[in-house]
Write a protein that binds this ligand. Structure first.
Ligand code: PDD
Length: 287
């Protein structure tokens, strides 16, 4: 069955949704995006995603063609029209289609941004069996640009990273810069040593994950120790536990990094507990 998607004010069957070939998202990766998860037909952390979207747009001098209130309405309408129980909503805003190719930004008075949203139904997302055995990651060099805090649609290198992982028989890749782990291809990276959770501090080097913020809050509320700092790949390989977070994986244990088995090679107690708490608390706050 075809999905109903949203494009610039219209709800359309996916086959009928069109964007111009001159769209700057298509020609220049001049766009930003958000992925919000849906559990029990409700949105997880919508406000966090809306705020980060606003920040991404501001950092790129892009004018938002829709308000946060309108976006909430569109998210809800898409969940309803596509009867999504568990899954994600993808949202993308580009600088629009000025009618030709030009490096110079178009005048926002005459070129309005393109807004696209669609649903991805993933039944069983919360109860993902992979979380019970954990995933394996390889390490790759982080050669992305210097503003990884802006959630742009420039995803070629992360996509190449996933392919490198796949080729190596692993599930994902952790990116490393100057010996320090930055993040996963589409998730934030964590290790646990001696009961302490360590994850990269916020800066331009990583995306400020919305799941990360919630998980660290829940961890602190549960009196767990948290340290926000850069950690080396070597440190990660010697850790008791490792895990990732994102809107599509929530908290996912990592049991292997390159050739190193992490802990016992099975999901550790802290990652397992954090996944439970995250799902429990997020469901309660879902809108
Ligand atoms: N990715 N780091 C990167 C590079 C990401 O692409 C993502 C999200 C995250 C986690 O952010 P959040 O917790 O807000 O989802 C960290 C989304 C899920 C994606 O591209 O599909």
């Amino acid at each position: 069955m075809s999905r109903i998607v949203y494009v610039n004010g219209e709800y359309l069957p996916e086959e009928e949704a069109k964007v111009s070939i001159f769209d700057r998202g298509f020609l220049m990766a001049d766009g930003v995006y958000e992925v919000t998860s849906v559990l029990g037909g409700k949105l997880i952390d919508f406000e966090g995603h809306a705020k980060r979207l606003e920040r991404s747009l501001t950092e790129l001098d892009m004018t938002a063609p829709v308000t946060s209130e309108e976006l909430l309405e569109i998210h809800r309408e898409l969940v309803k029209r596509n009867a999504v129980d568990e899954g994600m909503i993808y949202l993308q805003i580009t600088r629009g289609a000025p009618g030709d190719r030009d490096f110079v930004f178009p005048d926002p008075e005459t070129t309005t941004g393109t807004v696209v949203l669609f649903t991805q139904s993933k039944p069983g997302l919360a109860d993902n069996p992979v979380a019970k055995k954990g995933i394996s990651v390889i390490s790759i060099e982080d050669i992305r640009w210097g503003r990884r805090d802006i959630k742009t649609v420039q995803l070629l290198y992360p996509s190449m990273g996933k392919m490198m992982a796949k080729k190596a028989g692993a599930d994902d890749a952790w990116m490393v810069e100057d010996g320090m782990v930055t993040e996963g291809t589409s998730n934030n990276a964590y290790i646990v040593k001696g009961g302490k959770i360590v994850t990269r501090n916020l800066g331009n080097e990583i995306l400020h994950g919305i799941t990360r913020a919630a998980v660290l809050r829940f961890a602190r509320e549960a009196q767990m120790q948290v340290e926000e700092r850069a950690f080396t790949l070597e440190e990660a390989k010697q850790a008791d536990e490792a895990f990732i977070t994102s809107a599509s994986t929530f908290v996912m244990p990592v049991v292997k990094i390159d050739e190193a088995t992490i802990g016992t090679g099975t999901p550790g107690p802290i990652a397992t507990r954090l996944r439970e708490v995250y799902l429990e608390e997020s469901l309660k706050a879902a809108i």
